[in-house]
Design a protein. Sequence first.
Length: 198
Amino acid sequence: MMAKAERGLAPAYPIRTERLLLRPIAPRDAPAMHVYKSDPDAVRYVPYAPLSLAEVEERIETTWSRTRFDEPGGGICLAVEDRETGALLGDVVLFWHSERDRAGEVGYIFDPAFAGRGYATEAVGALLELGFDGLGLHRIAARIDDRNTSSARVVERLGFRREARLVESEWFKDEWTTMLVYALLEDEWRGRTGAASA
């Protein structure tokens, strides 16, 4: 599934789940990605304002183009595609924060047109496998705006525990924002996936 470098990881793409393909984001994804990344409601809780098509294209060529983990501090963004239709549903990110602490973080954004079908949960589940089995992480976190209840439900379904509620801890998009910190440990994940496959 993945090729480990001396210090890093090069996943084998596409990563397949029951209904999805996770793959590198390509220039052809820009128009479909622009649909949700230009929607103020869809990007309300992510760290950028609505993006123009040109801005989406520029990010695809730069920060969203990484396909491997070379060193801590980096991450990879992947397109989430419906295996049956080929439609772009959204995108996900896995950050590798620390080699010593074996720490990572997940993030995700999906086109609201595909909400409520479990795609985010399925895609983030694949990121957990990539992080725990591929990178050998010990702990994967998710930082979620307190108002983003649908995003919190995604990680809760995957077994993440809420560790903190940081009241008005960040000045985000011109207002104080309360952040929730969720996390899942490798042995907790293995216990859930082992029980599910038994």
